[in-house]
Design a protein. Sequence first.
Lengths: 588, 353
Amino acid sequence: MTIIHNRSLDDINDTTPVLGGNAITRAFSGGSLTRLIGMLLLILILGFLTIYPLSMLLYGSLHSTPPGMAGEFNLNGYRSIMTTQNLIVLVNTVGISLAKTIPSLTIAVFLAWIVARTDTPFRGTLEVLITLPFFIPPILTAMAWGMLANPQVGVINMAWRWLTGAQDPLINIYSYGGVIWHMCQYSIPFLFLFMVDAFRAMDPSLEESSRMCGASRWTTFRKITLLLMLPVLTSSFMLSFIKGIETFESALFFGLPAGIKVITTDIYEAINHRATPDYQYATSLSFAIMGLMFLLVIAQWAILRGKSFQTVTGKGFRPNVMELGPWRWVTFAVCVLFFLVTVVLPVGQLLLGSFFRFFGFYTYDMLTLEHYRAVFSNSEFWRAVRNTMMLGLLGATATMALGAVVAYISVRTKWRGRSLIDGMAWLPWMMPGMVLGVGFLWAFAMLPGPIPIYGTIWALLLAYIALGTPVAVRVMTGSYHQLSYDLEECSRVHGASWLQTLWRILVALAWPAFAVGWVLTFFGIMRELSASILLYSVGSETLAVVLLKLWANGNAEQVSVIGLMMMLLVILFRWVQLRFIKARISKL
Amino acid sequence: MTRTTFRTSAIRNWSRRFFLTAAGSIAIAAAAGLPVHAQDAEWQKVIEAGKKEGTLVLYTALVGQPSTKAIAEAFTKEYGIGVEILEARASEIRERVRVEQAAGRFAADVMFTSEGQTMLYDKEDKSVDPLPVTPNSQKINDRFKLKVPMASVMTIPYGIMVNTGLVKPEDEPKSWKDLADPKWQGKILSDDPRAIGAGYLWFFSTHDRIGEDYVRKVAAQKLSFTRDQRESQRRTARGEYSIYMPVILTDFSDLKGLPVKFIIPEEGVPYVLYGNVLLKKAPHPNAAKLYLDFLQGPVVQKIYASLGYGPVLDGMTEGLPADVKAISEAKLYGTTDTTRQNEMLAKSKDIFK
């Protein structure tokens, strides 16, 4: 494969006639003052959303007391994290994250290839179904897997003993394997969502050329298909790996009984389970991890720099769908198996349990619709639904708009400062959620009085935009990398304005990524708890806060009812996305 | 009947009874033409001022309890003052209060929290005001009149839960000491004693009263640790473990119908004392005083007793069903001491490696 040097709009400007047009066109096509102002505005927005809360946390890590309390600046926090014990925990955490990211990525690539590039039957339906686990609150799947795979009376182990007469359990969810498996439940659909559209947006001519030159299918897949997807693969790997470092629920639920410790459980303990929360320790540890993660991001930049991954060009093409013959039923079976194991087994438990008084006690006299009645008659739940829907719709749209602009500038221009905004957009992803939540609390509460953010629903919205931006930028970056510059060049040579070009080319061709990013962000907002619990005010409760209250009070069955409703919403959203929007946008 | 419905109806019944009694007493007193004391006159001014304030902002660290909302409704019914409730876990709500006050945002009036947390609010954060003297604050049991500025409201008692399908009645542990019996090795699910929470409360109480040898013997039982109390009850009920400890005894009514039994240990129950603190520069100080007083009065005390919590006002358990009464009146065994927390946490981590 020939790797060509990357081109940007600036290069195009050098070689194309000067275009007329409006102020926006000029602002974004030349080195004008307006462009500078635009960039500064973007830096200011990202600075407020990411640098400001992080700087409050940095203060916390360098000060003996949190903001607002008398104390002194020192390095005690950083000194206290330099222990052999922490090094072991770090190695353990990195190991767990790698152990879940690598198989997750492999499985996700395989599933995405099946759905996007083969003639596997019902792949449209499978595309929606295999992503469902990602949208279920982790605590529910943890509970379900606890019931399925505990060594004593887990359903799977009981069946195993009954079938084989064995005394020992087949699997034990309270183990390293259990922690990794539970994390995989989320990372596989997440990575799949990231990659499936990248597989679709692939000009088959490159692969066909490879085949015509005598390369085998496997070599073509490895050297052409996968290499063209390098931006998406590295982005999704980074997102998934870093999230693996920060994952908390799996380690707490399944790791604690097995004595497995990870960085986030240590941070959680420093904040929640000491006589006085040790924010200096928690923030110092978080920044140390963040520093390590940033090295990875720089490595990714180095890998991608100077290469082109354009697969969507001006030439019309349809993604090459491989005809598998009878093998298509094997790929179908693989998808169905994945769906059965990751969705039907745990969600089946939740669905079944929601109709009984207690999970796991399925007798006739325990049958009830009480949990549904309790949820539907809970006024606080409906208020939270309204708030969350409003925040989700506004937040996801704003986040994706911001992410699209940042990704556009980062990928498709050579403007000064583009690496800065790309780096700024990464930052929230590298800070564990529970610490970043505290950063938002400190940041918004400490704003001068006249700025009415703290204590309002806007504080939540801003926090959600900041939290969602890294995914939004990564999704759009992957997509923009694949679009050929010829398309924009062509559009603009023919007199289209910058906005028309953006709409007709960049939006129309990148919409699948935008839609996927939107859904990911929307449901990220629906599930977000760490910042929500610290920023919500009376009347602005979100669904995650209501779920916490119900869970804390032992209403696991009602939490399941809400979890199932969230899944229905996902199916609806994905259906609209895949059927309705697709049809409309394709006409553009 | 669900727990919520049960609690709400129970609260309404108690409220109705109390209101009728109170109304009757006032009518009799008025008819007898008793002189109004100066103290009463002062309190009357607080009532008037509180009603004018019209709203109370309550922060609570007891997340998800239906009783909070029901009590707030009873308060509104009594004084016509609306209650806005914000719930979050102890460390989260404490940091919110601290940072709000540091930024000059005095949003909350009252915090419902534990005795240990109150000490931190008072000594470290300096975010609470001294307690006002209210009519009901003088009437509570002397044991619950504290040095820290918290108006005690109720105790949460902890005991032992067994799976009745796995533990025969004759084998049931009757005391904390019984948990050290080697027959329970590998069969106990325990809240993690190495972190602040119920397991640590058990560790602290039994370490101080029975001794370190006992705790080490229990540690040798190969306990399985958890930090999710409600889910752990279900896990034990489903047969993963024979015993779960320490369990919040007031949860017994939620699990009726499951093969579990709640045991009040012979030594007594470790407990957490909860109450209200008056936050500094409360925007509705008079409404806050009324709320503090209301929660120490018989209406709310009977509500808590009916749910199995330990009331701080004597004589509140009369007429309760036997099982509820036994839990509500259980002998209090011990609680934690915030001043020794770092020392005891380190010891716990050493013993339960």
